[in-house]
Design a protein around this ligand. Structure first.
Ligand code: NOJ
Length: 563
C-alpha cells in the first residue's frame, strides 16, 4: 500500500506515537533506534496505522528524554543517522504510513551552541538576547527575577557564573535548568524555526507535533504569575497562551502550506478554556491538537459525555477535527489508571504504591478503546497501549531518569514507568525481543540490557504473545483500526447521543452505527435486533449476529452495532 494522496488524511487518521528510546533496538545497545523502527514497520502496517509521530530523535543530552535538543538538524547517534531517518520515512511511505516529528520550540538544550555562546557572552550581548537573561532582584541581584513555578516543580531561573567566578545573570527555563527558554520576540528564533520546519518537510515528513505549544511568548516585563492561570484576563498570563503566539503559528502554517501535499501541524495544547484552545485550530493556524481534556477525565459516563460535548462544540466552531487520546509518554498507562480508585489523570497526584486492579483497568481500557475509535476525528495510540501494557511500577529507584521524579523530591514516581522498552517476544532473551534485530544481524551476538529494565512478567504482554490471541488487546486494536478505516459511518457518519440509556451508560451513534459503553455497575439492555460489529469483552468480541448474543451489556463492556 502506498501513501494515498488525500491532503485531508489527518482528519480521520490513526496516529501511533513512537518513543524512539523504547520502541525497538536495532544495534543491540539496549536503546531503541531508527534501525529498530525500520525492522518493525511491518508490525505497524499490520496494525493499520496511518502515521507515526516520533518523540524527539535529535541530538540531545537526554536531560528530559530528548525534549532538550542540542542539534535540530541531526539525529542523536544513539538513535541513528539522517540517512536512516530518510530511509525510514521512505520505507514507511511505501507501507502507506506517514511520519510526523516532534518540534520543541519553547526551549532548547543548554548544550545547544547558541546557548553556549550566550553563556560565554556578556550581559546585554546579541548572543544573550536570544534567551531570557535577567539581572536578579534585590540590591545584589541574589533574588530570582520572578517566582514563576516550573511545570516540573521548583523555580524557573538558574543563575550563571561570570568568568571571574562571581554570580551573574539568571536565565529562564520553564522546565529544567538544562532547557533554557528561547526569546520568541527575537527574529533569529522565529527564522530558525521556519528553517527547521523546511529542513524536515524537505525530507518528506508529513507534519510536526508542537511541544508545549502555548508557552512560547513571555511578557517581557516579567510580572509575577499566580499559580492559577485563570487569574489573568484571557491572553494576558505572563507566559501561558499569550495572544501574540498566534502569529507564530500563522507563519508556520504558511510554510506547511507551501508543500504538496501540505504538511500538518499538531499542537500540544493543555488549556482548560475550550474557546482559547480552539483558537489554535483556526483555518490559518494548526490542523489539530491533542485532546487532553478527554485523556485526563475520570472513567465515568457523565465525565466522558461532558468532554465529548465540549470537544465537538469547540472544534465545530473552527472546522477542525477532534482528536481522541488515552495516553502518551508523559502519563500513566490507561490499564493502570483505570484500575485505580481515582481514574482521572493529573500530574500533581501521581504517587508510588497506588493500589491498582489491573484486570478491571484492562476491561475499562478496552471500553475506552471502543469509545475513542468510534468518535469522529483522529485516534492517537501511544506505543504499548495496543498491547495493554501496564505502567511499569517496579523500577528500582536508582534506574529512574525522569526529571519530574527528581524535581518532586522523589515524591512523584515520574514518567519512566510508561517508557520501558516494548516487549516483542515472550522469551526474555534480547530484552524480550526489543533488541532482537541484533541477533538476527549477527548470530550469537548478545544485547546490552535495555536502558530501563523490563519487568520479569513483560513477555506475557509481548507482540508474540498477543498476535494470535483473539482475547488480546492487540487483536482488539487491530480489529478496531480496520473498522475505523473500513466502515463508512466512522469516516463521515453524523454524531448524535442515543436516548433511553441510563446516565452511567455512554451511548452514541455515528450515522447507522451505534456505540454503547456501560461504565456503570448494572447490566444495561440492548436492542434485540442488532448486528454487532465488535464487543470489548473478552473473549467474545467477534459476535456478528444477534442469534446467541446476550441482550444485556455487562458493566465495563462496550459494543458497536447496527439495528
Ligand atoms: C511536553 C512533552 O511531552 C514532555 O515529555 C516534555 O517533558 C515537556 N513538554 C517539555 O518539553
Amino acid at each position: 500500500m502506498e501513501l494515498q494522496p488525500g491532503a485531508d488524511w489527518w482528519r480521520n487518521a490513526v496516529i501511533y506515537q513512537i518513543y524512539p528510546r523504547s520502541f525497538a533496538d536495532g544495534n543491540g545497545d539496549g536503546t531503541g533506534d531508527l534501525l529498530g523502527v525500520i525492522s518493525r514497520l511491518d508490525y505497524l502496517a499490520a496494525l493499520g496505522v496511518d502515521a507515526i509521530w516520533f518523540s524527539p530523535w535529535y541530538v540531545s543530552p537526554l536531560a528530559d528524554g530528548g525534549y532538550d535538543i542540542a542539534d535540530y538538524r541531526n539525529i542523536d547517534p544513539q538513535f541513528g543517522t539522517i540517512a536512516q531517518a530518510e530511509t525510514l520515512i521512505a520505507a514507511a511511505g511505501e507501507l502507506g504510513i506517514r511520519v510526523i516529528i516532534d518540534v520543541v520550540p519553547n526551549h532548547i538544550s543548554n548544550e545547544h551552541p547558541w546557548f553556549q555562546a550566550a553563556l560565554a557572552a556578556a550581559p546585554g550581548s546579541p548572543e544573550r538576547a536570544r534567551f531570557w537573561f535577567l539581572e536578579g532582584a534585590g540590591p545584589t541581584g541574589d533574588t530570582i527575577p520572578t517566582n514563576w513555578q516550573s511545570s516540573f516543580q521548583g523555580g524557573t531561573w538558574t543563575r550563571t557564573t561570570n568568568p571571574d567566578g562571581t554570580p551573574g545573570q539568571w536565565y529562564l527555563h520553564l522546565f529544567t535548568p538544562e532547557q533554557p527558554d528561547w526569546n520568541w520576540n527575537h527574529p533569529d528564533i522565529q527564522q530558525e524555526h521556519l528553517d527547521i520546519l523546511r529542513f524536515w518537510f524537505d525530507r518528506g515528513v508529513a507534519g510536526v507535533r508542537i511541544d508545549s505549544a502555548t508557552l512560547l511568548i513571555k511578557d517581557p516585563t516579567f510580572p509575577e504569575a499566580s499559580e492559577d492561570p485563570q487569574c489573568f484576563p484571557p491572553g494576558q498570563h505572563p507566559y501561558i497562551d499569550r495572544d501574540a503566539i498566534h502569529d507564530v503559528y500563522r507563519s508556520w502554517r504558511a510554510v506547511a502550506d507551501e508543500y504538496d501535499p501540505p504538511r500538518v501541524l499538531v499542537g500540544e495544547i493543555w488549556l482548560a478554556d475550550t474557546v482559547r484552545f480552539a483558537n489554535y485550530l483556526r483555518p490559518d493556524e494548526m490542523h489539530t491538537a491533542f485532546n487532553f481534556d478527554f485523556m485526563a477525565r475520570a472513567y465515568s459516563a457523565p465525565e466522558f459525555r461532558a468532554s465529548i460535548d465540549a470537544t465537538l462544540a469547540a472544534h465545530a466552531g473552527v472546522g477542525a477535527p477532534a482528536t481522541w487520546v488515552l495516553s502518551n509518554h508523559d502519563v500513566t498507562r490507561p490499564v493502570t489508571r483505570y484500575g485505580r480508585d481515582d481514574t482521572a489523570f493529573t500530574f500533581a497526584t501521581k504517587r508510588f504504591n497506588t493500589p491498582t486492579d489491573l484486570e478491571l483497568g484492562t476491561k475499562r481500557a478496552r471500553v475506552a478503546a471502543l469509545i475513542t475509535t468510534a468518535l469522529p476525528g483522529c485516534l492517537y495510540l501511544y506505543q504499548g497501549d495496543e498491547l495493554g501494557l501496564p505502567e511499569g511500577e517496579e523500577l528500582p529507584l536508582e534506574v529512574l531518569q525522569d526529571p519530574m521524579h527528581f524535581r518532586s523530591g522523589g515524591v512523584d514516581p515520574g514518567r519512566d514507568g510508561c517508557r520501558i522498552p516494548l516487549p516483542w517476544a515472550t522469551d526474555a532473551t534480547d530484552n524480550f525481543g526489543f533488541s532482537a534485530a541484533t541477533a538476527a544481524a549477527a548470530p550469537g551476538a548478545t544485547s546490552a540490557p535495555s536502558w530501563l529494565p523490563q519487568p520479569s512478567w513483560w513477555g506475557g504482554y509481548s507482540v508474540q504473545a498477543e498476535t494470535d490471541d483473539p482475547a488480546s488487546m492487540l487483536c482488539l486494536y487491530r480489529k478496531l483500526i480496520a473498522l475505523k478505516h473500513g466502515v463508512a459511518e466512522l469516516a463521515d457518519g453524523v454524531f448524535g447521543w442515543l436516548d433511553g440509556y441510563p446516565d452511567d451508560v455512554l451511548a452514541f451513534r455515528r450515522g447507522a452505527l451505534c456505540c454503547v459503553a456501560n461504565l456503570g455497575s448494572q447490566s444495561c439492555e440492548l436492542p434485540a435486533n442488532r448486528t454487532e460489529l465488535i464487543r470489548s469483552a473478552v473473549p467474545d468480541n467477534t459476535v456478528e449476529a444477534p442469534g446467541g448474543a446476550p441482550t444485556y451489556l455487562e458493566p465495563d463492556t462496550a459494543v458497536w452495532f447496527t439495528v
